[in-house]
Write a protein that binds this ligand. Structure first.
Ligand SMILES: [Zn+2]
Length: 624
């Protein structure tokens, strides 16, 4: 028996076998079932996404005779057994007319084709014209086609296919129902190949299918052809190494090894990996492309873990790696990567260009920034410092407050490592104009130039206190209203006040921060932290937030299992969000009051009748 290639053997024969084009499938099935089939369809999409296949299935639907020879036989589920169905499947159905417009662009060709349109079908109920690459037709050919599209005979259906719909005249577009056939995602291709190979009883490695899925570039037909090749190459099975050799693709594990060396800031290993790679004689530019692609996926993994694709069957690895990078580093490496890619054309040889680019990533990495915590770090001096400066900024401008702030300032000289670099913050701290509120701020340790006040782990360690005393100090420093709300708890346990103090230093971002900001502490027994979540936010709850929160708590010296309970919040306790809002309001009110008292503003009001638009007032320094 002769071998039939996979692409032909597994060509979908019904709409239900069609992979990845559900929207087109549903529209056509509904139209067929309701007897409202349009006379002209335009399918757009790249090669190999199933245009011809769709046309054949539709031809079968229209011409299947299993349910009778009249119009009652039109069905969305052709039998595949009757003469018509078999003839179409075997490509010998005379009423399915496939035209490649790329090779028949002349108007005579189109005329000849269209002259036959008026004649009734010879074999079936309907004539189906499939005109592929229809954008290649000449203008006069389009005009000839247009007349037929305007008033087609009832027994004719047109299926136009193109990769470039922009080149079609609007008059043609407006007479067709247009469907965009989707580019096949690698994951779809892998699923389908796995199904086909299992049915064919061909042994395969899944990672090999991912290589094929990527190389097929969205085309299922190409994927099938490559699989055929791989089976021949691998003597009956589809193996990762065979496929990689066949496609000439780089083994993704090498790329991951490079990124891992970046994560460990390990230059010797980086060079060692490049040397190992060089033995395979790879395309070094492609290696750099792959590295930047991985960096992109790491950034996605950090911000939106759910959105990480399983592009190389390595989703878990990417998620794990993402935890070992600082977000800013990934952005920097990516930037250096794509710039290095552009510079490669000028490099004396590509290998040294790759090495330089990778080393540049490490060389330009900001110094003195510690790696993201892999183990729990003791709590930093940040919460107390934060609350002091916050208090100073929000209290009315009076001498005692300023003195107090000055007296406390020495404790702030150890700059928390996670605070923004001095050059960012200093701009905000500078008053924009004399009319800004002049709240007495403590001396800004953040103004110290980076070369003098480099934060170091040692300096922080010297300044460390145990978490429990930390919290108590913070509590005693708080305004009375907030101190009342807190209750005495055992040392080392998180109470509500400690939760508020701790919140900002957790460094949460995005949805996790938002979710946690709507929580109060229900109970903390030192091992399990039960949070009560505002019912209005219940829908946002997800495991990923719980895990991130646990990680952050651990990094601040509070290793806990976190559980959320949705219940109405008591009115007397503030959530971090409510507190933030209240502080914002207070600071805004202070700023407005200061502006109203400002002599310049008063003069403007008296002389020019100026009005202060309170909603436009922004406090000078936004503290979060
Ligand atoms: Zn049939």
């Amino acid at each position: 028996m002769s071998y039939q290639v996979l692409a032909r053997k597994w060509r979908p024969r019904t709409f239900h076998e069609l992979v990845g084009q559900a929207h087109v499938q549903r529209a056509l099935v509904n139209a067929l079932d309701q007897g409202r089939l349009h006379h002209a369809y335009l399918f757009t999409g790249t090669r190999g996404v199933g245009k011809t296949t769709l046309a054949r299935i539709l031809a079968k639907c229209l011409n299947c005779t299993a349910n009778g020879y009249g119009d009652e036989g039109v069905t969305s589920t052709p039998c595949g057994e009757c003469d018509s169905c078999q003839a179409i499947d075997e490509g010998r159905f005379v009423d399915l007319i496939e035209v490649d417009a790329a090779s028949r662009t002349k108007v005579e060709d189109t005329r000849e084709l269209l002259d036959n349109v008026q004649y009734a079908p010879t074999q079936g109920r309907y004539k189906v014209y499939l005109i592929d690459e229809v954008h290649m037709l000449s203008t006069s050919s389009f005009n000839a086609l247009l007349k037929t599209l305007e008033e087609p005979p009832p027994h004719v259906k047109f299926l136009l296919a193109t990769t470039d719909p922009q080149k079609l005249p609007a008059t043609v577009l407006s007479r067709c129902l247009q469907f965009t056939l989707k580019h096949m995602q690698p994951v779809r291709i892998v699923e389908h190949l796995a199904m086909v190979l299992a049915a064919e009883q061909v042994h395969f490695e899944e990672s090999a299918l991912w290589l094929i899925g990527k190389a097929a570039d969205g085309s299922m037909r190409d994927a099938m052809s490559l699989t055929d090749q791989a089976i021949a190459f691998g003597q009956g099975s589809v193996q990762h190494l065979d496929v990689a050799a066949m496609l000439g693709t780089l083994d993704h594990r090498h790329v991951l090894a490079l990124v891992e060396a970046l994560a460990d800031i390990d230059a010797p290993r980086l060079l060692h990996e490049v040397a190992e790679l060089a033995e395979q004689g790879p395309d070094f530019a492609a290696v750099l492309d792959d590295v930047t692609a991985v960096l992109h996926r790491l950034a996605v993994a950090q911000m939106v873990p759910e959105a990480v694709d399983n592009g190389h069957g390595d989703r878990e690895t990417i998620l794990a790696l993402a935890g070992r990078f600082i977000a800013e580093d990934i952005q920097l490496y990516y930037q250096i990567g794509i710039q290095g890619r552009g510079d490669m054309v000028h490099a004396p040889d590509l290998r040294s260009a790759l090495e330089m680019t990778l080393l540049r990533m490490l060389a330009f990495r900001p110094q003195g920034v510690p790696k993201p915590p892999q183990a729990s770090l003791p709590m930093r001096a940040e919460p107390a410092a934060k609350s002091e400066s916050l208090q100073a900024a929000s209290s009315p401008p009076s001498a005692p407050a300023a003195d107090e702030a000055l007296a406390q300032s020495p404790s702030e000289t150890a700059q928390p490592a996670s605070s923004p670099p001095p050059w960012e913050k200093s701009v905000d701290a500078t008053p924009d104009s004399p009319s800004e509120p002049q709240a007495p701020l403590p001396p800004e340790p953040k103004m110290v130039p980076p070369w003098e006040g480099q934060p170091s782990i040692e300096a922080e360690a010297a300044n460390e206190r145990t978490p429990s005393t930390e919290i108590q100090i913070a509590v005693s420093d708080e305004p009375i209203a907030e101190a009342e709300a807190s209750q005495a708890t055992e040392p080392g346990r998180l109470d509500h006040q400690a939760w508020l103090e701790l919140f900002d230093s957790l460094g949460l971002g995005g949805l996790t921060r938002n979710l946690a900001a709507h929580c109060i502490i229900e109970e903390d027994n030192g091992a399990v932290l039960r949070l009560r979540l505002d019912p209005s936010q219940a829908a946002m709850q997800a495991d990923v937030h719980q895990q991130r929160l646990e990680k952050s708590l651990e990094s601040q010296g509070f290793p806990r299992k976190v559980s959320f309970e949705v219940a109405a919040l008591p009115e007397e306790l503030e959530t971090p969000r409510q507190r933030e809002t209240r502080h914002g309001r207070e600071r805004h009110a202070l700023a407005v009051a200061a502006l109203n008292k400002d002599p310049h503003v008063q003069k403007l009001q008296q002389v020019f009748g100026a009005k202060l638009i309170e909603s436009s007032v922004k406090p000078a320094e936004e503290l979060r």
